[in-house]
Write a protein that binds this ligand. Structure first.
Ligand code: ADP
Ligand code: ASP
Ligand code: MG
Length: 414
């Protein structure tokens, strides 16, 4: 018998009616003769509500208590689904993160899964019991509840699939697959049948929240067969086509390689510029050392050439939520006169084009810059990787830029 992991996101478990539908999907896989482990998110809006409560309770919250609170959303859904499945006559039980255990390391609220105990889960699966597991949560080595960062249930699902050596990991969500860009902002976006791990990794890390970045990394490393599909299809009456979704797979398994496969955007960006930074060895190490000590993640970096041979301007981007911390961590150095003013701008977005075909085609970046120029959109910072070009722009142009690029690379036509 094959083990199948099915993950259902927040919208898919957003009401008892929807949990009923989830139970029918699970029943379908059980009827097909599979051993099923289900991973669930909190009901939609619940994690935000819980975070709001922690903010009301204490302005400077303790990360361990924050995790204790926000992990509860998944616990509720997991119990509700297990009892709903039992009502269908399917044997099911819930397993919380600490009971399994899903051991994590690293910071609270951004923990990483280190290992998953499989004995209890395997015993249940072999006895024909569906195991219902809360996504997003784990337990630290010292026994405290942890969470994996927003969107972390995807990662829980892939980690469970890897640990159980599952035949596949199906991520059920509110869209029927991975699209050429977010269908919420470009109605002409098309569903992609197959996408490589590398491209999905870039799209996710550049803002396509359909899969959490870490889940794609784990799937690639452990060779987990990962599929994204809709939970809104009729579980009693669905065709192979309905269940096709998007397969995330090795590059070699994709026949047609496009130059640009998808476009991602992220509004969660802030640009920080340090003026009059001395043009001397060691200064970048000091600045970025301060930022690293403050736990700030730096993404794009540009250093202008020095006009007078003495000072330059240094610009970099950080997640919006980390901008204030970044500025605070550099203020001492600025006060000591090590460089001039610090300017922070939170009104920026990052737009990225992604495609493995870029490795073998020239002119891809040029088309991006020309397309944005034709719309009068100014580029503030540029960064590239082998299969990606990202630009930072003013956030008011986000939709315009995504739509213009989507059409320029003919993603609506393929
Ligand atoms: P879940 O609650 O199921 O985890 P998410 O809200 O985290 O669902 O992710 C699904 C959403 O991701 C979609 O509703 C869609 O708006 C957004 N999204 C962003 N980029 C893409 C993309 N390239 N393809 C599909 N969905 C995308
Ligand atoms: N409930 C968590 C969140 O909203 C985890 C998840 O849904 O993946 O971020
Ligand atoms: Mg999600």
């Amino acid at each position: 018998m094959a083990i199948v992991v099915m993950k259902f996101g927040g919208t898919s478990v957003g009401s008892i009616e929807r949990i009923n539908r989830v139970a029918s999907h699970v029943a379908r896989e059980v009827r097909a003769g599979n051993q099923v482990a289900v991973v669930v998110s909190a009901m939609s809006g619940e994690t935000n509500r819980l975070i709001g409560l922690t903010q009301e309770a204490a302005s400077l919250h303790d990360a361990k208590e924050y995790d204790t609170v926000v992990a509860t959303g998944e616990q509720v859904t997991c119990g509700l689904l297990a009892m709903n499945l039992q009502q269908y006559g399917i044997r099911a039980r819930s397993w919380l993160g600490w009971q399994i255990p899903i051991r994590t390391v690293g910071l609270h609220s951004a923990a990483r899964i280190d290992s998953i105990g499989t004995d209890g889960l395997m015993a249940d699966l072999e006895n024909g019991v569906v195991t219902v597991i809360p996504g997003f949560q784990g337990v630290s080595l010292d026994g405290r509840v942890t969470t994996l960062g927003r969107g972390g249930s995807d990662t829980s699902a892939v980690a469970v699939a890897a640990a159980l050596n599952a035949e596949r990991c199906d991520i059920y969500t509110d869209v029927d697959g991975v699209y050429t860009t977010d269908p919420r902002i470009e109605s002409k976006a098309r569903k992609i049948d197959r996408i490589s791990y590398e491209e999905m990794l870039e799209l996710a890390s550049q803002g396509a929240k359909v899969l959490q970045t870490r889940s794609v990394q784990l799937a690639k490393v452990h060779n987990v067969k990962l599929k994204v599909l809709s939970s809104f299809i009729d579980p009693e009456n669905c065709t192979e086509d309905d269940l096709a979704g998007t397969l995330v797979c090795d590059e070699g398994d994709i026949v047609e390689q496009l130059v640009v496969s998808g476009i991602a955007y992220s509004r969660d960006e802030a640009k920080i510029t340090l003026r009059h930074v001395p043009d001397k060895p060691g200064i970048a190490a000091e600045i970025f050392g301060n930022l690293a000590d403050a736990g700030v993640n730096v993404d794009m970096i540009v250093q202008n050439t020095s006009e007078d041979g003495k000072t330059t301007d240094l610009t970099f981007t950080v997640p919006e939520a980390e901008a204030d911390r970044a500025v605070t961590s550099l203020r001492d150095a600025a006060r000591k006169g090590e460089f001039g003013e610090i300017q922070a701008d939170k009104n920026v977005s990052k737009i990225s084009i992604v495609g493995t075909g870029m490795r073998s085609h020239s002119g891809v970046a040029r088309k991006m810059f020309e397309t944005l120029a034709a719309k009068g959109i100014n580029i503030l910072v540029i960064s590239t990787s082998e299969i990606k070009v990202s630009v930072l722009i003013e956030s008011e142009y986000t939709e315009l830029a995504v739509r213009a690029l989507h059409s320029a690379y003919e993603l609506d036509k393929v």
